[in-house]
Ligand binder design. Structure first.
Ligand SMILES: O=C(O)CCC(=O)C(=O)O
Ligand SMILES: [Fe+2]
Length: 131
């Protein structure tokens, strides 16, 4: 992904709290799991459990792993999908996300954990492709 800077002309809806400017608004990824490579670039922020935005320090050679909506739902919400956003850092920014998706006939039914624990709401099979 390539994020060009707004170059001092951001649209009104790119301006957020504390004078920050965003290139990608807050969201969670709709997939299972995302492996994200951010090189040496800052700009990524993740929402922590106490509702504060936190900027993980970029670590070249490492991946950020973001839990997606599908994984969270399969786990009955015990693991939360990572809310995250990207700030304008004033220079061209690059990142490489790998969006790991379930296979077309994979079972992504809710409450997968109950298959292993025998506890909690019953797991119901739902195939990715057939809903
Ligand atoms: O570029 C990044 O650091 C994050 C990208 C992202 O959130 C996305 O593509 O869903
Ligand atoms: Fe994302």
């Amino acid at each position: 992904m390539h994020y060009p800077p707004w170059n001092d002309a951001p649209p009104a809806n790119a301006k957020i709290e504390d004078g920050k400017i965003i290139t990608t608004p807050e969201h969670s990824d709709s997939n299972f799991l995302t492996m994200l490579y951010t090189f040496h670039y800052t700009g990524l922020e993740v929402l922590t459990a106490d509702g504060k935005w936190s900027a993980p320090e970029p670590r070249p050679g490492s991946f950020v792993m973001n839990i997606g909506d599908v994984f969270s739902r399969m786990m009955g919400g015990r693991f939360k999908a990572t809310r995250h956003r990207v700030l304008d850092i004033g220079v061209d920014r690059y990142s490489v996300p790998f969006f790991f998706e379930p296979s077309y006939d994979g079972d992504i039914g809710v409450n997968f954990m109950s298959l292993a624990t025998g506890q909690g709401p019953e797991h119901k099979v739902e195939n990715t492709g057939r809903g």
